[in-house]
Each structure stands twice: as structure tokens, then as C-alpha cells.
Design a protein around this ligand. Structure first.
Ligand code: SAH
Length: 386
């Protein structure tokens, strides 16, 4: 008999709302093993669709299809095809971008990022982990990459009882690869870099910041230099801060590779902003792209204080007419809370601050309204008027 799971009326209602997850509390009878492709039935026995089943995670079910449509290898391959086709239609200026954004591409718990001729895959559930050979087959047939790496080291995998591993799935993957993002070339360490190597989720915001940025630029939380390098070509002077020596070394080597001038320094942004203010330094453009301060809902109040602190200080450091690009990638800090924090910071800064644009994720990281978890980046381009 095909593996099946029965879900409660509350679970069924959730599906109707367009969310593909069913939590453990909403499942009843289970005739399935860890990672099975299952038929999902309601309490009356009606088939609601097919899904990935986990026997460990609180997310017991991740829907793949609805109704009678079967979930099989051909379905996975066709979804991968569709996801790639969508990215190709975007005309992205660069060789590094996201090919598969999990639930948003109807491929729950699967991430695929492209870095030129190389692909990086993350399978974040038992079911998707089992399907990795199918994923690799489909990617190989469609794109013929030189190598595919599994960056299966996110902690989320442990919630599903899966090991944290990094391994080459096909071809060869060198220690560093070259990738280009709108005119800037990066050397990327796919095995050890953060996320899958670069923060691909800020590409459009980097372009927007460079469109408006000018003069004396300060890039805070620079990592490998995403914003600093993009801004350096329009700036008079660019200073970048990151707490990681490794990251700062990469900003320097990437700047050299692109013939750009960036003064990359190791430092704690909280202290550095305070120090710069004390020295009465002023900037025309500031970028704040911090790590997620609120990794859990419980951490929100402290995170709000942290975000407000850096935004308030950045507003004070800007010359009249200066530009602030500020972001939060904390999922738990919602859009309204992000705005509330910025309003608070602006009113305490004593400056008049206007919104030029509210931004989010680039189009290759689609945010689906009925699946809030697909969206996490909030961004704002602000002008400190006087
Ligand atoms: N802006 C980057 C991504 C930033 S990721 C880009 O466009 O690619 C967040 C970075 O903040 C990491 O590189 C991390 O090392 C750094 N970081 C974390 N806490 C910090 C702190 N208190 N001060 C400075 N850097 C910090």
C-alpha cells in the first residue's frame, strides 16, 4: 500500500489557506516511514494531495501537489525545470543567483544556488534529502554544471534528524570559484562561505544602493564586500567594517580583483559607529546589513533595541541629503515592526528622515504571500533630509 498520512480538519484548513506545511499536532494516523512521499488524506479519507513526510520535525508534512496529482520523480524534475526557466526569464545581470527557493518554487525545503558553472544544493528535510539524486539528475540534464556541491550543514537539518555534511555530489568543485554579480567579480569559497557562499539575497538592494549612493560611503557588516564593492565605483571613499578577519581579507582581495578602492577594516559595528560619531565623522551613504539579530521570537525585544541602536547612530552620522540603506533579515521582525523600529530611530535621532523606497528580496528569491517563511528580508532606502 502507498504510504499515507491522515490530517486533522485544522490541518486541512491550513492547506486551504495556501500554506504547504502541516504540523505534527495536526496529523493523525501515519502509515509511512521517515522521508516517504505520502498521500495526504482528510479524516473522511479523501485524498488531499501528495507530500514529503518527516517523522522528526515539527513540520510533519510538506505538500508537493494537491488533489489526485501524484508526486514522483518526473514532477520534481519538471518543477526544477520551471524554476530554472523563471530565473532565465529575469535577465539577471550576473552568474550568481538562486535557482530554487524552496516552498516558493513548489519544491519544499530545497535550495539551489548557482555560481557560474557550479551549483550548491541544500536539502532541509528528510523527504527532500532522499530526493537529492533526483534533483542532481534534473539539474545535470538541464544545466550541465561542472560540479554540484551539497552544503547540507545548516542546523535546520538536525531538527529532522539529518547529519550536517558538505560533500561534492557530482563533477569537481574547486576550493574557490569565480562568480559575477552586476559588474563585480567575486572569489567565492562554496564550502566555507556563509550561506552557500555569498549573500545572493541582497543583489537588487545593492544595485539600488549604488544607484543613489555617492560621496563618502560606509558599509557596515560588509561580509565579502557585497555593498562596498558595488558602491566603490560611484563613491569618493569607501570604508567597510566586519567583525570577521576572514571576511575583511576577502573584501580586500575582491577589491583588488576588481580594481576598486575599499578601506576594509575589522571592527564591531556597534562600537565603530559610536567612535565615528565621537570623532564627528560624516558620511554621504551608509549601509546597514546586519546578521539576523532575532533568531527566535523570544529574542525580538533585544533585537529591536540592537536594530534601533545602529540605525539611530547611522542617521546621526549622515550629512544632510545622505542616503541610508538599512535591512533586517530576521524572519521574526515583521515588516510593520521593521518600520516601527525605523520610526523610533528617526525620531530619537533628531533628524528628518524620509523613505525613498521600501524593498525586499530580489526576484530570484520570491516571497509568496500565503507562505510567510519564504520572505525574510526587509529593506529601506532612506534619505536623511536635514
Ligand atoms: N552585507 C553583506 C552580508 C552581511 S552578513 C553582503 O552584502 O554580502 C552579516 C555580516 O556581519 C557577517 O559577515 C558577520 O561577520 C558580520 N557581523 C556580525 N556581527 C557583527 C558586528 N557586531 N560588527 C561587525 N560585523 C558583524
Amino acid at each position: 500500500m502507498n504510504p499515507t498520512v491522515t490530517i486533522s480538519p485544522r490541518g486541512e484548513q491550513r492547506l486551504r489557506g495556501g500554506h504547504p506545511w502541516i504540523y505534527r499536532a495536526d496529523i493523525g494516523e501515519v502509515n509511512a516511514a521517515a522521508g516517504d512521499l505520502v498521500g495526504v488524506r482528510n479524516v473522511k479519507g479523501r485524498l488531499l494531495g501528495s507530500a514529503l513526510y518527516s517523522d522528526r520535525s515539527q513540520i510533519a508534512i510538506r505538500m508537493l501537489t494537491s488533489g489526485e496529482k501524484p508526486a514522483n520523480e518526473a514532477l520534481i524534475a519538471s518543477r526544477i525545470d520551471a524554476a530554472i526557466g523563471f530565473r532565465e526569464s529575469l535577465g539577471i545581470d550576473g552568474t550568481a543567483y538562486r535557482l530554487v527557493h524552496g516552498e516558493a518554487d513548489l519544491l519544499p525545503s530545497l535550495i539551489v544556488d548557482r555560481y557560474g558553472d557550479y551549483l550548491v544544493v541544500q536539502a532541509l528535510s528528510q523527504g527532500m534529502d532522499r530526493l537529492v539524486p533526483v534533483v542532481v539528475g534534473a539539474l545535470t540534464e538541464r544545466l550541465k554544471p561542472r560540479g554540484i556541491l551539497a552544503r547540507n550543514d545548516p542546523r535546520a537539518r538536525t531538527l529532522d534528524g539529518l547529519p550536517q555534511t558538505i560533500e561534492v555530489l557530482s563533477g569537481d568543485v574547486p576550493d574557490t570559484v569565480t562568480a559575477r554579480e552586476s559588474g563585480i567579480e567575486y572569489e567565492v569559497d562554496l564550502r566555507h562561505g556563509q550561506k552557500t557562499g555569498l549573500f545572493l539575497d541582497q543583489r537588487e538592494n545593492r544595485e539600488a544602493a549604488a544607484r543613489y549612493g555617492r560621496g563618502r560611503v560606509l558599509d557596515c557588516f560588509s561580509y565579502n564586500g557585497g555593498f562596498a564593492l558595488k558602491l566603490a565605483s560611484v563613491a569618493r571613499e569607501t570604508i567597510a567594517f566586519d567583525i570577521s578577519e576572514d571576511a575583511v581579507a576577502r573584501v580586500r582581495s575582491n577589491a583588488q580583483r576588481n580594481g576598486l578602492n575599499v578601506d576594509a577594516r575589522v571592527g564591531n559595528v556597534f562600537d565603530e559607529l559610536r567612535g565615528l560619531d565621537r570623532l564627528k565623522e560624516r558620511f554621504d551613504t551608509i549601509v546597514l546589513d546586519p546578521p539576523a539579530f532575532a533568531k527566535t521570537r523570544a529574542a525580538l525585544p533585544a533585537a529591536m533595541r540592537g536594530y534601533k541602536d545602529i540605525n539611530l547612530r547611522a542617521m546621526r552620522l549622515l550629512a544632510p541629503g545622505g542616503l541610508l540603506y538599512t535591512a533586517s533579515c530576521s524572519f521574526h521582525l515583521t515588516k510593520p515592526l521593521f518600520l516601527e523600529m525605523l520610526q523610533d530611530a528617526a525620531s530619537d535621532s533628531g533628524r528628518r528622515v524620509s523613505i525613498r523606497a521600501l524593498t525586499g528580496q530580489p526576484l530570484d528569491h520570491p516571497e509568496v504571500l500565503s507562505i510567510p517563511e519564504t520572505g525574510y528580508i526587509k529593506g529601506a532606502l532612506l534619505e536623511v533630509m536635514d
